[in-house]
Design a protein around this ligand. Structure first.
Ligand SMILES: C[S@@+](CC[C@H](N)C(=O)[O-])C[C@H]1O[C@@H](n2cnc3c(N)ncnc32)[C@H](O)[C@@H]1O
Length: 214
């Protein structure tokens, strides 16, 4: 289940800025060559991330879950001139493709792409972030939130993808599988955290935005 439905999504996309040629090529190549291509953010969500980035104008962004690089390229659209995106993925098989597309997008000097387990890599990043995008293994969402929280600037944003999990998030708790339960716990714990204000945006698979207020 995607929100809003397919027809409304297509209509919204048609009246939104289109993908760049590089993003369109990456979208096509991901669907042609990579397993589970639906993990890619895609048109409308990509434009939302790019617009957020342009509104925030971040100096430092952290993305957990690069996949083929689509969302990372979108997030870079609003980076400050000297800004940098750190992006982490555990899947080394996609490295060549990802680096090729970061280069095609002219971003090889603005993106620091790390291969490995984000749980190990995040603590080694000595930066303060304006924007964090969590889009990797669901069972670690809360761990990622806790790991990065002190390194997000006051007024900075933590965005977590897939918090509606195709609507499964509305199942009875005793029927939830482990990933659904992890996403449920993430959303409820973040909502209860008095250090942030939250917005659950019901677009595509749900994005939960937490703005740090302390
Ligand atoms: C949903 S995809 C990311 C999609 C991408 N952000 C986009 O929108 O195009 C999730 C990615 O998280 C990665 N991943 C899963 N567990 C991870 C971990 N422990 N550390 C780093 N990356 C991980 C997977 O290899 C996969 O590429």
């Amino acid at each position: 289940m995607n929100f809003p439905d397919e027809t409304i999504s297509k209509y919204s996309e048609s009246l939104s800025q289109g993908e760049t040629a590089v993003l369109a090529e990456l979208n096509r190549e991901t669907y042609a060559k990579v397993l589970m291509p639906q993990m890619l953010s895609g048109g409308l969500q990509g434009r939302i991330l790019a617009m957020f980035s342009k509104m925030i104008q971040p100096a430092r962004i952290l993305e957990i879950g690069t996949f083929t690089g689509y969302s990372g390229i979108c997030l870079c659209e609003g980076l400050k001139e000297s800004g940098k995106l750190y992006t982490i993925d555990i899947n080394e098989e996609l490295e060549d493709m990802v680096r090729t597309f970061f280069k095609k997008a002219g971003l090889e000097n603005q993106i620091d792409y790390r291969i490995g387990n984000a749980i190990d890599i995040v603590p080694t990043l000595n930066e303060e972030f304006d924007l964090v995008f969590i889009d990797a293994d669901k069972n670690n969402y809360l761990n990622y939130y806790n790991l990065i929280f002190d390194r997000v600037k006051k007024g900075g944003y933590i965005i977590a993808d897939n918090v509606l999990w195709s609507g499964k998030i509305l199942d009875a708790q005793e029927d939830m599988d482990a990933d659904t339960k992890a996403l449920y716990d993430y959303a409820h714990k973040v909502k209860a955290d008095v250090r942030v204000e939250t917005l659950l945006l019901p677009v595509r698979d749900g994005m939960m935005i937490a703005r740090k207020i302390v």
